[in-house]
Write a protein that binds this ligand. Structure first.
Ligand code: PLP
Ligand code: LYS
Length: 417
């Protein structure tokens, strides 16, 4: 459920017509709905209210500081994977004590900053990383809180590029080695073993892989307890899918019902790292049709949004719903179009074979673009990255100005004569 709806034949974000946003801020432009972000975060918070649970929004999904601030005000924690994401959280007023630091290549400088501000836990992904963290913490006279990210070898049944919990994936430590590596962590003087962490993939539309993972993690918690290592929290990562087209993903409430049943009687708190399920349907990419180009074989709508703005269709062949902002019929009537950007790549498309009643100058909204949209944008073809706008009821806020050529060129220079 989101707050992008038609009213008077025009698509609105909350109470604001997207045509007004395009007129004010230009296109391409990401438009977010504050109420939708809040609704999605609260769905998790309410679903898990019966058990001590930390919801750590995965910053990589959509990392604008205005969005992080909206979530921080609701009490959200944050899952980060870089120093940049940590600084975003801090600038947005997020509580460092609710930050989980994931990612498999953490640098010493990143560890140092996270220890300095006092994050909740490091999710460590290898034995070598444990030693680096132990050393950095020792140099600072601190003890680092750690979980090991365990790779449970469970098939998440999602796109291979976003499946992370199989033994051939680069993430985490093999569950078969976990007890041995936990013992090392336990012995290292500057580490404090807190939890077990896991993240098996993204855009999961079934609960079974999560439940299989949970069972494997609980077995591990018991083995660790027998080895004298007490686990305080279980972090099940993110991964809950959303509807892009016709998927019927479980809701946080469906997920919570099964997990809370399983966790009953166990002395562990829970943590989750949802990204997509909070952000995807809270944002759209607003784009304008530049030209229509029709020949005997194909109709192309050339739009001002491109793969540099939203790479999911090019990268994963992801299907994104693309709808007209105005439902007013055109004199030409509907035709089937490929919606292509201006970038010099055949793979630069946002949608193919879409029946749309449009003409040049019309606005289109790419739905469900709030997650892994702007955060994966680039400057390919030296295009400026899009503006970001947050709608809050009747009000719009420019939360990131459109990039300029000056921004792009800052830092570059020619060789001396
Ligand atoms: C470690 C980790 N946690 C959380 C997430 C967020 O996942 P999702 O957006 O599928 O909820 C990701 C991305 O897949 C991740 O790599
Ligand atoms: N970027 C991916 C998801 C990757 C999740 C990050 N671990 C997507 O758009 O679907």
């Amino acid at each position: 459920m989101d707050f992008f709806n038609y009213s008077d034949q025009t698509l609105h974000a909350e109470n604001v017509a997207l045509s007004d946003i395009a007129a004010q801020y230009g296109t391409p432009c990401y438009v977010y709905s504050r109420a939708t972000f809040e609704r999605h975060y609260n769905a998790y918070a309410e679903a898990f209210a019966a058990h001590p649970t930390l919801i750590c929004y995965a910053v990589k999904a959509c990392s604008n500081i205005a969005i992080l601030n909206v979530l921080a005000r609701l009490g959200s924690g944050f899952d980060i994977v870089s120093l940049g994401e940590l600084e975003r959280v801090l600038k947005a007023g997020g509580d460092p004590a609710k930050v989980m630091f994931s990612g498999l290549g953490k640098q010493a400088v990143e560890m140092r900053r996270a220890l300095e501000v006092g994050i909740h836990c490091f999710n460590v992904e290898s034995e070598a990383e444990l030693h680096r963290l132990n050393q950095v913490a020792g140099e600072m006279g601190k003890v680092a809180p750690v979980s090991l990210r365990v790779n449970p070898d469970v098939d998440a049944k999602t796109h291979p590029y976003i499946s992370t919990g199989l033994k051939e994936n680069k993430f985490g430590i093999d569950i078969k080695d976990a007890v041995r590596i936990y013992k090392i962590a336990h012995e290292l003087p500057n580490l404090n073993v807190m939890g077990v962490d896991c993240h098996i993939g993204s855009q999961l539309t079934e609960l079974k892989p999560f439940l299989d993972t949970f069972d494997r993690l609980i077995r591990l918690v018991n083995e660790l307890s027998e080895a004298g290592i007490k686990i305080k929290h279980l972090d099940l990562g993110g991964g809950l899918g959303v509807r892009y087209r016709d998927e019927v993903p479980p809701s946080p409430a469906d997920y919570a019902k099964l997990i809370l049943e399983k966790v009953k009687g166990l002395d562990v708190t829970l943590a989750f790292e949802p990204g997509r399920s909070i952000a995807a349907n809270a944002g759209i990419l607003l784009t304008q049709v530049e030209f229509l180009k029709c020949n005997d074989h194909k109709n192309f709508a050339i739009i001002d949004g491109a793969m540099n703005d939203l790479i999911r269709p090019s990268l994963y062949s992801a299907w994104m719903n693309i709808v007209p902002v105005s439902l007013q019929p055109t004199p030409e009537g509907a035709r089937v179009y490929d919606l292509v950007g201006p970038i010099c790549e055949t793979g630069d498309f946002l949608g193919k074979d879409r029946e749309l009643d449009i003409q040049a100058g019309d606005l289109l909204a790419v739905r469900s673009a709030g997650a892994y949209g702007f955060t994966m944008a680039s400057n390919y073809n030296s295009r400026n990255r899009a503006a970001e706008v947050m709608v809050d009821g009747d009000t719009t806020h420019l939360i990131r100005a459109r990039e300029t050529i000056e921004h792009q060129l800052a830092g570059e220079q020619v060789l001396p004569d």
